[in-house]
Design a protein around this ligand. Structure first.
Ligand code: TNX
Length: 508
């Protein structure tokens, strides 16, 4: 009689049971616990996707991934049966709001979670358990077997983010959606859009129309730029929401505002509008802190942006305000931060702004290179949560090495191992894990012009940051990560992502 249980291996602790004939699934981010069993479920032309009431959207999303490559109909039904089941409820408390359990036996696949967000994360794991060819958009002749596993999983940090700078180079709606789809695969749940900067204003503001018609009309290098209409912005927000990703809009203030200053002469202290800028200098522009019109302008922008934002955060920038005196910066922030609250939102900002507030709901985003920072440490001690984006670890616009054809290098070269080998919960002196809200990987776009550029800079490093943000620190292991990342490469190829083939990884 053949042994039913071939192997039982628990990832994240010591291996249990006999050495496995079944390879461990190569997942990113690594789940909290994976048990490999014998057997497995093979999809067929008659497989159905059963969903609990309220989870139909997740079922349709899964079907949308599976149908083109499998060629199966995969109807989404509410009648319980074998096949694939997405079930709300019946999970232990430890799985929490965002976690899930996934069980695969010969008769089917069951994902259980307390929320559709948890089910969606489970669906991403299920996707990665299928052969990489599942990502292709035309029919593949492959045996679609999901290995027998029991997975229990939940995130280390509630906030797992990526930022895209659409100001330096404008990235059209389709490019943003493509990035959103890629983020979803790695369980990232926030997309921060850097909507305004010296070179361009990309969010339509009805009360100040020249911000986009003039301020959005160019970009770094002098190309035509562009902007999102309110309807297009809504489309991005809805597309992200359908993938359980919340958009965080950023309006960078009071520096990084040349596009606005160029659009409206009255916003300048001297009443003269400067020309549009298409170079990559920073630190030369500032709103006029002493003028009343500045605060009417900022309030109009915040009101319209908040009305387009279902999420809880507005990002007010606040970085590199070298053209604003310390006193003016303090004055400006003390007037502007309460406006965010007035329109029902919480403040996120680049970390330096946090010295201007005692409101502990405001979140500083740490972007420095040092492992100690007095402003952020003091903020954590006062009770602020911190979003971690250390530039020398998480900045996806940094070159991998001196040969990288695009990207910047002011924060150093960042190879895959550099992006992976740090601990967000212990990186900054005086900022313990309990003070860390999460991790975000920013992608500034001074040199990033196209989706192909985004793909090349984000992959593989985005996967490293996503794992740091999701997986328990106890599973952190460079050798294991390298192996699992190599398998992701096949998936990226199937998705048409032309990623950086880091020599640190043994790509197949
Ligand atoms: C610094 S990081 C900036 C951005 C640049 C970026 C380029 C931060 C808050 N500000 O204005 O685009 O470096 O890497």
């Amino acid at each position: 009689v053949a042994s039913v249980l071939v192997a039982l291996v628990v990832v994240g602790g010591a291996p249990v049971g006999s050495a496995s004939a079944t390879p461990l699934p190569r997942l990113v981010p690594e789940p909290v616990s994976v048990q490999v069993k014998s057997g497995g479920y093979t999809l067929s032309a008659s497989t159905k996707i059963h969903t609990s009431p309220g989870a139909r959207g997740v079922g349709e999303y899964l079907a949308g991934i599976l149908r083109p490559s499998t060629g199966y109909r995969l109807p989404v039904t509410s009648a319980p049966h074998g096949g694939i089941s997405l079930v709300l409820g019946g999970v232990p408390k430890a799985v929490g709001d965002q976690g899930y359990q996934l069980t695969v036996t010969r008769s089917g696949v069951t994902v259980r979670a307390a929320s559709t967000t948890g089910l969606f994360s489970g669906v991403q794991t299920l996707r990665q358990l299928l052969p990489p060819a599942v990502e292709k958009r035309d029919r593949q002749h492959v045996r679609w077997t999901v290995p027998g596993v029991t997975i229990t999983d939940h995130p280390r940090f509630a906030h797992r983010g990526a930022m895209l700078d659409v100001a330096r180079h404008f990235h059209p709606v389709a490019a943003v959606k493509r990035y959103v789809d890629q983020l979803a695969l790695y369980k990232i749940n926030y997309l921060h859009l850097h909507l305004t900067d010296d070179q361009g204003w990309r969010f339509q503001v009805d009360s100040w129309p020249r911000l986009t018609t003039h301020g959005g009309s160019t970009q770094v290098g002098g190309g035509p730029g562009g902007y999102y209409t309110k309807a297009q912005y809504r489309e991005i927000v809805a597309y992200a929401a359908a993938r359980k990703i919340t958009v965080i809009p950023e309006v960078d203030l009071p520096g990084h505002t040349n596009a606005a200053l160029s659009s409206y002469a009255e916003l300048n202290c001297d009443g003269v509008a400067p020309p549009l800028r298409t170079d990559i200098e920073v630190g030369y522009s500032s709103l006029c802190v002493s003028k009343d019109v500045t605060y009417r302008f900022v309030e109009d922008v915040i009101r319209e942006l908040a009305a387009s934002t279902p999420g809880e955060y507005l990002h007010i920038g606040g970085d590199e305000a070298q053209a604003t005196t310390d006193e003016d910066y303090q004055t400006f922030m003390s007037k502007v931060l309460p406006l965010v609250g007035k329109y029902g939102k919480k403040v996120l900002g680049w970390h330096e702004f946090v010295k201007t507030t005692t409101d502990t709901s405001a979140v500083p985003q740490y972007w420095g290179r040092s492992t100690s920072n007095a402003v952020v440490q003091d903020a954590a001690a006062r009770g602020h949560r911190v979003l971690m984006s250390p530039a020398n670890k998480t900045y996806l616009d940094m070159k991998y090495d001196p040969t990288t054809p695009i990207g910047l290098k002011w924060a150093g070269y960042i190879e895959v191992k550099d992006a992976y080998e740090w601990n967000p919960g212990a990186h900054l002196t005086g900022v313990p894990e309990s003070s860390v809200l999460g991790v975000e990987a920013p992608l500034w776009t001074e040199t990033i012009e196209t989706s192909a550029h985004i793909d090349y800079m984000a992959f593989p490093r985005l996967a490293a940051i996503a794992e740091l943000a999701w997986s328990p620190w106890s599973t952190h292991d460079w050798e294991g990560f390298r192996t699992r990342l190599a398998a992701q490469g096949e998936r990226w190829t199937a998705l048409g992502i032309d990623f950086y083939r880091s020599p640190q990884i043994a790509w197949p």
